[in-house]
Design a binder for this molecule. Structure first.
Ligand SMILES: NC(=O)c1ccc[n+]([C@@H]2O[C@H](COP(=O)([O-])OP(=O)(O)OC[C@H]3O[C@@H](n4cnc5c(N)ncnc54)[C@H](OP(=O)(O)O)[C@@H]3O)[C@@H](O)[C@H]2O)c1
Length: 311
């Protein structure tokens, strides 16, 4: 009963805000944005569909060169050629080995990156283990995002004044930082929605960690945001009932991803790990219980390094 009440309160509070209605209303008060990303190179993960696709297209419109990453070469090819500024690079971010291969190709090609959008993310209702022995959504949602970002930083491939945008979710409001619950490798212990919330909370904490560690020292800007609720294949697959009920008012990918473009264009100063949505910082917690944790952002980073066997 308490859980049902919590769910009702959550939807009553956020349905208008997170759907297209919230976007339409807020965007009435925004100054027009015509970003100029000419000369910049971006990486967008999960770029062939949904929000990642929209971010890729908006960055291209702003004049950026975009390295677009997702698994299916065929879906990446559907993005078009972007006037020669689109570089499709297939990668499977549920795999450490493939993320390393992706990074090595970037390094060997001599790429320097201005904006990294860690957009890829999945909610698996059914438990799945990767061939590397990890729960698939853990590997995709946070582990390889940590790996790719750290590799780029360590190799000096993120330009000064570079931007990293981590795509979290309002779903993170349902979990505290729980390092021990990141990688649930037993099917009977796995609950997809909660695992997703744990990873998405982890992205917020990781952003705090990165901004504190590398922000001033390397001249980098780390942001974490959520897109509201957008009509994408991922939502249709993972939350079919939610998708069916809210179908008419869900955002399009552009409305979900616009804040990533705004962050990259304006580089606002904020507290490390500030949680952005529709061009503004929002609450990091809505339920008091999610403030209770014994874990720290540095502890999360240490755990991910151990899991990846990084020195
Ligand atoms: N849509 C929403 O309402 C919503 C709400 C809150 C947060 N978010 C977050 O926003 C981000 C984008 O969500 P979305 O709804 O646009 O997702 P989506 O519709 O599921 O888009 C998936 C994209 O990711 C790629 N992808 C999936 N698994 C991959 C993997 N292992 N390696 C590389 N690429 C992979 C897909 O291409 P391939 O299949 O070819 O790999 C596709 O390009 C996610 O982080 C999600 O958690 C979305």
């Amino acid at each position: 009963m308490a859980m049902l009440w919590k769910i009702i309160k959550f939807y009553a509070r956020y349905t208008l805000s997170f759907t297209a209605v919230g976007y339409w209303w807020r965007s009435l008060f925004w100054p027009p944005l015509k970003p100029d990303f000419t000369g910049q190179t971006w990486i967008v993960t999960g770029a062939s569909g949904g929000i990642g696709r929209a971010i890729t297209q908006m960055a291209l419109t702003g004049g950026a060169t975009v390295i677009a990453a997702a698994r299916s070469p065929a879906k990446l090819a559907e993005l078009g050629d972007g006037g020669g500024r689109l570089i499709p690079m297939p990668a499977d971010f549920s795999s450490q080995a493939d993320t390393d291969r992706f990074f090595e190709k970037l390094r060997d090609d001599g790429r320097k990156i201005d904006v990294l959008v860690n957009n890829v993310g999945i909610l698996n209702n059914n438990f799945a283990l990767t061939p590397e022995g990890r729960e698939e959504s853990f590997a995709t949602n946070i582990l390889t995002q940590y790996l790719l970002t750290e590799r780029l930083i360590e190799a000096g491939m993120l330009n000064r004044e570079g931007v990293v945008v981590n795509m979290s979710s309002g779903g993170m409001y349902n979990a505290p930082l729980m390092v021990g619950a990141m990688n649930v490798t037993k099917a009977d212990k796995y609950r997809g929605v909660f695992a997703y919330a744990v990873h998405k909370r982890g992205q917020v904490e990781l952003t705090k960690y990165w901004q504190t560690l590398y922000g001033a020292a390397r001249g980098l800007h780390f942001y974490v945001m959520h897109p509201g609720w957008a009509k994408t294949a991922g939502v249709a697959r993972s939350l079919p009932r939610f998708y069916k009920i809210l179908n008419l008012v869900l955002r399009d990918g552009k409305q979900g991803g616009e804040t990533a473009i705004w962050l990259a264009a304006t580089k606002p100063v904020c507290e490390p790990g500030a949680f952005w949505f529709d061009r503004a910082v929002r609450a990091e917690h809505v339920f008091p219980a999610t403030r209770n944790t014994k874990d720290t952002p540095a502890g999360l980073a240490e755990y991910l390094r151990r899991e990846l066997k990084l020195s």
